[in-house]
Design a protein around this ligand. Structure first.
Ligand code: NAD
Length: 495
């Protein structure tokens, strides 16, 4: 059943009766909610810096005061280890909140730009305008972070927001729906809960921006719905992130970083290294190092480790279990359906046509594909959809740069996995089927702002302006072009 809540947890403006009337009339159930938020936006409530600061600070308080509730909800959803929750769902969002608060005043300033001769007496600038009412749809794997980090950007940019968390991570969804609205301004922010049916109804409404994180399949559904209203959007999607391991790098360091990146959140991370490409010789060295890293991190039986999460749902457990039939299991492979436990697993001899190499794994399973050399690895990467991240491990920096030069992906990690997302100074996003647009730090503010081109002209100097008015003459044309022409600079013609 769908539920809508404003910041008080009550029915949105327009009231229950209006909602029931619109339902009885066969209208979309979210019309009143969207229109009440639009009213708040048109009134300018979210535009002031004071309002933006107060809402960002409230978000910070939510993270502080509800920390234990967040830890409990994620333990219930997927037994996410508290360390991982604190790092990836709380700390990371707090950093975004503080970064936005520290920089908001300068981000909001108009950006004055260069002018030509004709506009010398005028004022030309870019105003970062809020879009209006935006919709943020989140997935289940980082159910708080992937809702709240975009929310920081949307608030900082001065928008009203409807948040739609994933219904699959149901405990976190409940926490967001019940607690978050008590911190935020009820006129401007609302949480809607429910699954695909509710999301489809929401998407029938006209939003001014949509920010979606989830699978490429649903991304297409969201983009098609946005197209009906020509609504701009960001798509943060998934895919298979390749990791090339060059010969002659320390296998244990590579294995430690790979196992951490693959097993964090039990591998349910969009940015995780999805498979390894390396030579047969490197595979031989990597295998014992991977086994050692898994035992060091999770003990002899990872099922008993408090630091290893569970798979989110029975459906995903069965999906991952089926992937273990690709190639042969070299490490791990144990499963326990009751607990939705899949052991950290390494697969060898996987064919590119097998299921583990055809779909995003999204679990603690790492296939290794052997290649003759780096050229073959690059050709393999480039023969597939462009991923969210390409990783390379190599002690020779030149090799790292060659892989960077010759591949394309949303982000790139040299000699580590996941860590590129920890920097607020780097944009986070995909390319091609892994996504469209980016966010984090200032990039979030820019994503949720319309860059409005403003030119405020001087009312004087009409004689100068008359040059562009009819009747047109060659002389006028010559003068107009000479005052506005951009000349090529630094171009050397030898002849
Ligand atoms: P999903 O696409 O199934 O669901 C995402 C959201 O869309 C949920 O809120 C869900 O309720 C809604 N939804 C589902 N089906 C819908 C439909 N038919 N119509 C409208 N809305 C619908 O994704 P998921 O399973 O929650 O998350 C896993 C996927 O997300 C993986 O592919 C992963 O790579 C990707 N992901 C990407 C990033 C990123 O930042 N690029 C981060 C995390 C996850």
């Amino acid at each position: 059943m769908d539920k809508t809540r404003d910041a008080t947890g009550e029915a949105p403006k327009g009231g229950d009766t209006a909602k029931m009337d619109s339902k009885a009339a066969g209208m979309n159930p979210f019309v009143d909610l969207v229109s009440s938020l639009r009213t708040a936006w048109v009134e300018g409530k979210t535009r002031t810096i004071e309002h933006r600061i107060s809402q960002l600070e409230a978000l910070g308080r939510f993270l502080d005061e509800k920390k234990q509730h967040i830890l409990d909800a994620m333990a219930s959803d997927m037994r996410k280890p508290p360390f991982e929750v604190e790092l990836s769902e709380i700390f990371l969002v707090q950093n975004e909140v503080n970064h936005a608060l520290n920089n908001l005043a300068s981000w909001m300033k108009d950006k004055f730009v260069d002018k030509n001769l004709v506009t010398q007496m005028d004022t030309a600038f870019i105003r970062r305008d809020p879009y209006g009412v935006v919709l943020i749809i989140g997935p289940w794997n980082y159910p708080l972070q992937l809702i709240l980090v975009p929310l920081v950007g949307a608030i900082a940019a001065g928008n009203c927001v409807i948040i739609k968390p994933s219904e699959i991570s149901s405990s976190t969804e409940k926490l967001i729906a019940e607690s978050l609205p008590t911190y935020l301004d009820k006129d401007c922010f609302a949480v809607v809960t429910g699954g695909p049916e509710v999301t489809s109804q929401l998407l029938e409404n006209k939003f001014d921006y949509i920010f979606f994180t989830g699978s490429p399949h649903v991304g297409k559904v969201v983009m098609a719905a946005a197209a009906q209203h020509l609504t701009p959007l960001t798509l943060e999607l998934g895919g298979k992130n390749p990791c090339y391991v060059a010969d002659k790098c320390d296998p244990q360091t590579v294995a430690n970083r790979l196992v951490w990146g693959r097993c964090f959140n039990a591998g349910q991370t969009c940015l995780a290294p999805d498979y390894v490409l390396c030579s047969l010789e490197t595979q031989e060295k990597l295998l014992p190092a991977l086994r050692h890293a898994i035992t060091e991190f999770f003990g002899p039986n990872p099922q008993e480790s408090p630091d290893f999460a569970r798979i989110i749902s029975d459906r995903h457990f069965q999906r991952i279990q089926a992937l273990l039939g690709s190639g042969r299991v070299a490490i791990g492979g144990q499963t326990d359906e009751k607990e939705r436990y899949v052991a950290p697993t390494v697969l060898l001899d996987v064919q590119p046509s097998e299921p583990a190499m055809q779909e995003e794994i999204f679990g603690p399973v790492l296939p290794i594909i052997t290649v003759a050399n780096m050229d073959e690895a690059i050709a393999f990467i480039n023969s597939r959809e462009r991923p969210l991240a390409v990783y390379v491990f190599a002690s020779n920096n030149k090799l790292v740069h060659q892989v960077l030069e010759r591949t394309s992906s949303g982000s790139f990690g040299g000699n580590d996995a996941l860590m590129q997302m920890m920097l607020v100074s780097l944009p986070f996003g995909g390319i091609g089927t892994s996504g469209l647009g980016s966010y984090h730090g200032k990039f979030s503010f820019d994503t949720f702002s319309h860059h409005r081109a403003c030119l405020l002209r001087n009312m004087g100097l009409e004689a100068m302006n008359a040059l562009r008015y009819p009747p047109y003459t060659d002389r006028k044309m010559g003068m107009v072009l000479s005052t506005s022409r951009i000349k090529r600079t630094g171009y050397c013609t030898l002849l």
